[in-house]
Design a binder for this molecule. Structure first.
Ligand code: UD1
Length: 417
């Protein structure tokens, strides 16, 4: 078992380089099997979630290798065999193999995906989308089989603008006959990046990034070279750490426009920001104003940044509110923040934070990936030593987090116990 130890109350200064986006990579890796040729994807983060997807590729007899920051995937000898349950259970995004296998072979059989326990996380919209394209879905205990004689383009309206359903339907529809339209599609930058990847392989997708995506099915997809966009959630997490304890902390190699909602909120509460073309420099402010944030689909305030932002609001002068609208169970970090000394109550999907409270290091748990990022942020600002357990959640999504934070002055270590 690994734990993280942080000696808090230190200044962070210097440069943190943002890695490639986890949420784009975890869709692009499964999407790569839609061709039979070799694809090269650069800027794929080396995190346990991408490793887990490479294990699945190995189950399917797809070769992968890493070279100078790129992941090379070669599906030339691929076989459509059942993915091991242990492998699909490791992460949520294993479900992207459903859309990709359905698109390529018109059949897939897969165990229910795993992932963070932040809500019920149904996949009904994914399955409804596959059915609209002509597939028949059957479920036996925790295993799904999805198959179609032929996939035919369809008009699909998503009841919720789901990121996963939008991408999964795109993956199947690129190899369907005729035209598919996805209405009320999710608009996240990761969706645009996945659509660009598919188009680089010869797909015909337009409208990604808007609520109407149009896909003209093609018979064949070919090799390509693709670059993953910077991880806006990782970038946002480090910016918050900068706002808590930074002294001109530069968060570099990002796309500022991907996080307008966060930048506006940081400015609103009084954080001093210098925004460049591909960087943001952020410094701590001892007099943060309280505020209200409400999570929403893109371009609204991202739910994935809600938990780390709560830590920042414990240092605001007065009462703040955080309203979570996407996931039912995304306040598990609160009891640990309170253990560190904050004063937060949760009622009806709303956290009320009484600031400003001094945080003092203690033992806490990373209950999920972004809760883990919140615990790291809290440990950095708390006086004394914070010990975080269940850190495998953090390692799923933050590449080289120990090295990145150590380089800018944090005292943080990953210890095998
Ligand atoms: C993705 C992100 C996750 C982020 C979330 C919302 C990845 C790998 N993960 O998750 O980090 O928090 O978007 O921005 O990209 N829903 C249904 N039925 C479905 C699908 C979704 O009811 O079939 C509901 C969910 O329960 C949730 C909402 O729709 O309440 C949004 O979920 P969705 O956008 O699908 O999230 P994910 O793609 O799982």
């Amino acid at each position: 078992m690994k734990i993280m130890k942080i000696e808090g109350d230190r200044k962070l200064t210097g440069t943190i380089r943002v890695s490639g986006a986890k949420n784009a990579s975890v869709a692009i890796i499964p999407a790569a099997i839609l061709t039979d040729e070799e694809v090269t994807i650069c800027n794929v983060p080396e995190i346990t979630d991408t490793d887990a997807l490479c294990d699945i590729l190995s189950d399917l007899n797809v070769e992968t290798s890493r070279a100078s920051g790129s992941l090379i995937i070669n599906p030339k000898n691929m076989e459509n065999v059942e993915i091991k349950e242990d492998h699909s259970k490791k992460l949520r995004a294993s479900y992207y193999f459903m859309g990709a296998l359905l698109g390529k072979y018109k059949k897939c059989s897969m165990f229910f995906p795993g992932g963070c326990s932040i809500g019920a996380r149904p996949i009904d919209l994914h399955l409804k989308g596959f059915e609209a394209l002509g597939a028949v879905v059957s479920k036996n205990k925790n295993k799904y089989t999805v198959e179609a004689k032929e996939l035919k383009g369809a008009n699909i309206y998503l009841d919720i603008a789901s990121v996963g359903a939008t991408i999964n339907i795109m993956l199947a529809a690129v190899r369907a006959k005729g035209k598919t339209i996805i209405d009320n599609a999710a608009k996240e930058p990761e969706i645009v990046n996945v659509a660009t990847f598919l188009n680089n392989m010869g797909a015909k997708i337009t409208g990604a990034g808007t609520s109407r995506i149009k896909i003209e099915g093609v018979d064949y997809l070919h090799k390509c070279f693709h670059e993953v966009i910077p991880d806006r959630i990782e970038a946002g997490s480090y910016r918050r750490m900068g706002a808590l304890c930074g002294e001109r902390l530069k968060v570099d190699k990002l796309i500022p426009e991907h996080l307008d909602s966060l930048l506006s909120k940081l400015e609103e509460i009084g954080i001093d920001l210098e925004i460049g073309q591909d960087y943001v420099i952020v410094s701590k402010n001892d007099h943060i104003k309280p505020t209200t944030i409400k999570t929403a689909t893109y371009p609204g305030f991202p739910t994935d940044l809600q938990q780390p932002f709560t830590v920042l609001l414990t240092q605001a002068d007065g009462k703040s509110k955080v309203v979570e609208t996407i996931w039912e169970n995304r306040f598990m970090h609160i009891s640990y923040l309170n253990k560190l000394g904050s004063d937060i109550t949760v009622k009806n999907q709303t956290a009320t934070i009484e600031g400003k409270t001094a945080l003092k290091g203690t033992e806490v748990v990373a209950t999920d990936l972004r809760a883990g990022a919140a615990m790291v942020a809290a440990g950095l600002v708390a006086k004394g030593e914070t010990t975080i357990t269940n850190v495998e959640h953090i390692l799923r999504g933050y590449e080289n987090i120990i090295e990145k934070l150590t380089d800018v002055g944090a005292k943080i270590a990953l210890i095998e116990v």
